[in-house]
Design a protein around this ligand. Structure first.
Ligand SMILES: [Fe+2]
Length: 367
């Protein structure tokens, strides 16, 4: 990517084509003290109220800066490196971390160790990168006193409070309003598919685990759905098209949201999976279409439940796991409460928390 000048017109050359940069696009980016607040980096002027007929009267490139005089009397020095980061039309920090596919063969994922000043450390940056690569990360030795999980969440970003409260306690109890609060095996699922928006990241902190069962299980929804796309494009297609209703009801609230089981972005790439087969209701469609849908969902369910796609491990006291609830499915094996206590605490945060901290740490450590 290169910036070039030709008779007071400014062009960018990406090696394949040369395009003129709109003068107003540059005028919006003037960054002298008068135009940009130093502390907040927010504009001190409102370009939406300005006349878009801006003309460049003079332009020069000097020592990595583009010096421009506009016809409205404003002169500015623009950092060319900074301008070039804007040419990609995409988030260049989070999207540049490639997702790594994994299945039961996954080994050697780094676990992180909690320590003082963790949230501002380079370790935290590495942890967040690993989180975006694999869709989960495990942190050892996280304090458990006084619902520390909430402090942990609020130290990365902000806890996402729901009708279950700021955090929830996972242990078996009588009259549970969710199967999580029993000792039953839980097959792979994503949490709270009925919320709008669905919580992005689940934190689960093991306070006590004295039982021999109760293993945690994880499945990569990204790997599985990409596999389905290859092996059975018809099944993949219908599951990316049919929106189903997810619903949660209790005495005080009714939550409902609609989505495909495999949700794609504008470019038809993976964006999110929702899977919670005790809560989904497909709408009434033609019988043939439903026939296809049910076959496809069964196939996806078999893949999610296959040992080949699952990793299984035991959370120990003070282990905290962070899971991308839009990508990774989680579950657990059953356990016998007579063997001892099993007590986990959970809460949610949204992607703005992890993205915000990751960008901040990248800036801080000049990575
Ligand atoms: Fe869950």
């Amino acid at each position: 990517m290169k910036i070039e000048l030709n008779q007071n017109k400014i062009f960018f050359n990406n090696g394949k084509s040369i395009e003129e940069i709109h003068p107003f696009w540059l005028r919006e980016r003037v960054d002298g003290e008068e135009f940009l607040d130093k502390g907040t980096q927010q504009r001190l002027f409102d370009p939406s109220t300005m006349d878009a007929k801006i003309i460049i009267k003079k332009a020069e490139i000097k020592n990595g800066f583009l010096e421009v005089n506009f016809n409205d009397g404003v002169n500015s020095k623009l950092d060319i490196n900074k301008l070039e980061t804007e040419f990609s039309n995409k988030d260049t920090v989070i999207k540049s971390i490639p997702k790594k596919k994994w299945d039961s063969a996954l080994k050697d994922v780094k676990n992180f160790e909690y320590k003082e000043d963790f949230y501002e450390s380079k370790e935290m940056y590495d942890l967040l990168v690993s989180f975006y690569e694999y869709g989960f990360v495990i942190i050892k030795n996280v304090p458990t006193e006084n619902n520390y999980i909430v402090k942990f969440a609020n130290s990365i970003g902000s806890v996402r409070r729901t009708n279950f409260g700021e955090h929830f306690n996972v242990r078996s109890k009588s009259n549970p309003n969710d199967l999580a609060y029993t000792t039953l095996q839980l097959s792979p699922h994503t949490d709270n598919p009925y919320r709008n928006p669905v919580p992005c990241i689940q934190l689960l902190h093991c306070v006590e685990n004295e039982v021999s069962g109760g293993y945690s299980t994880l499945v990569d929804g990204y790997t599985v759905t990409e596999k389905l796309k290859k092996e059975d494009p018809g099944a993949y297609k219908i599951l990316t098209e049919v929106k189903v209703r997810f619903k949660f009801t209790d005495k005080k609230v009714i939550l409902e949201d609609w989505s495909e089981l495999i949700h794609l972005d504008d470019e038809k790439n993976f964006k999110q999976v929702r899977f919670s087969p005790r809560l989904d209701y497909v709408p009434m469609l033609e019988k043939d279409k439903l026939d296809k849908y049910y076959k496809s969902r069964k196939k996806l369910s078999d893949m999610y439940n296959s040992e080949k796609n699952r990793i299984e491990f035991k959370l120990e006291s003070k282990d905290l796991i962070m899971m991308d609830n839009h990508r990774v499915l989680h579950g657990r094996t059953k356990y016998d409460p007579k063997e001892g206590n099993r007590f986990l605490q959970g809460c949610y945060i949204d992607f703005d928390s992890t993205e915000g901290r990751l960008r901040h740490l990248k800036r801080k450590f000049k990575i």
